[in-house]
Design a protein around this ligand. Sequence first.
Ligand SMILES: [Zn+2]
Length: 174
Amino acid sequence: MTQNKVKKYFTFIEIWAWCDICKEMIDLKVDKDEIAKGISMGIYTKEYKHTNPSPDPNDLDDSSINEHTIYAYINDQYNITEVKSFFGASPSLPELREGIESGDVRIPIIVKDVPKMSVDLGMVTAEEYKIMKICDGMNTIEKVAQIASNSVENTEIIMEKLRKKGLIKIIKRT
Ligand SMILES: [Zn+2]
C-alpha cells in the first residue's frame, strides 16, 4: 500500500491520496478553513470526483477513465486517516470488506441526525458526536475507528451507546 502524504502550509494543505482505481496518487489542495468547518461538524471528508489524470493508453479495459470519487478523511491534525475510491454513490461490498478477513461486514449508519448543539446540551458527548458523524454509510466499524483514531473496542462501546439512544443503527452484510 502506498502511503498518503500531506504537506502543511499556512492557509492550506496539499495532500497526495492514493486512488485505488487510478492506481495513482491524486494531488489535492485543501483550505484549512474548509477543514476547520468540517471538523466542527464532526469530521472533514474531502470529496473529489475525477478521472484518471494519466490513463494507460494500452489498457483498453482501464475503467479509471470513467468518473469516480475519492474520499479523503482528514483529522484536526491535518493528517489523512482514510482514503477510499469508488464508482457511483458509495463503495461496493468488496470495497467495504477491505481489511476484514472473515465474518459479517458491519456498517453503522445515522438514523437520526442531531445538531452540534446536542453536545452542549449534554445529549451526546463530543466523542460520541464525532463517531456518529463518521457513520456515513461508507465505512465499517473498523474503518470508523481508524478514521476517528480510536480503538475498535472503544468505538464499539460508543456505537452501542449511540444505538441505544436511537441515533445510529448497524447494518450487517455478508
Ligand atoms: Zn482515481
